[in-house]
Design a protein around this ligand. Structure first.
Ligand code: THU
Length: 145
């Protein structure tokens, strides 16, 4: 699909970063590129681990890199795989996105040929677990004590 120049640039970065994927177990390479609200790009790839559970997805790699660089506001993320149907972010990644994305942040799904679809974050995770739930729990705990 046709995308804005900024997204096309993010796509190229995600596609290139996908080649850095460390995925000796699944052989499934994923690249991601975040676009910050100030217009910067932060990339990530999946990094697997022999424990399997220690694996970090491309989206989370990008988000964790961004936060550690004090970039906390994102307008878009582009995710590139070579799956026949471009892959949606996993539920762990959606939960991490919930911490930092706006409901309107756009998630572009792409393969090695180009961007295939775009989704608002709120449509992929309409009811995230968030700080509100923690606040409620604390209030309840206080009442009991
Ligand atoms: N993976 C990602 O990096 N992002 C996704 O959205 C889905 C899955 C990675 C994790 C693992 O290295 C491999 O793809 C297979 O699950």
């Amino acid at each position: 699909m046709k995308v804005a120049p900024k997204i096309a640039e993010a796509y190229e970065k995600a596609r290139t970063t996908r080649l850095n994927s460390y995925s000796p177990y699944s052989k499934f390479k994923v690249g991601a590129a975040l676009v910050t609200k100030s217009g910067k790009f932060i990339t990530g790839c999946n990094v697997e681990n022999a424990s399997y559970g220690g694996t970090v997805c491309a989206e989370r790699t990008a988000i964790l890199k961004a936060i550690s660089e004090r970039e906390t506001a994102f307008s878009d993320i582009v995710v590139v795989t070579d799956a026949a149907e471009p892959a949606f972010p996993c539920a762990f990644c959606l939960q991490v996105m919930a911490e930092f994305f706006d409901p309107e942040t756009k998630i572009y799904l792409a393969d090695t040929e180009g961007v295939r679809s775009v989704h608002k974050f709120k449509s992929l995770l309409p009811k995230p677990f968030g700080p509100m739930q923690l606040k409620t729990a604390k209030a309840t705990a206080k009442k009991k004590n």
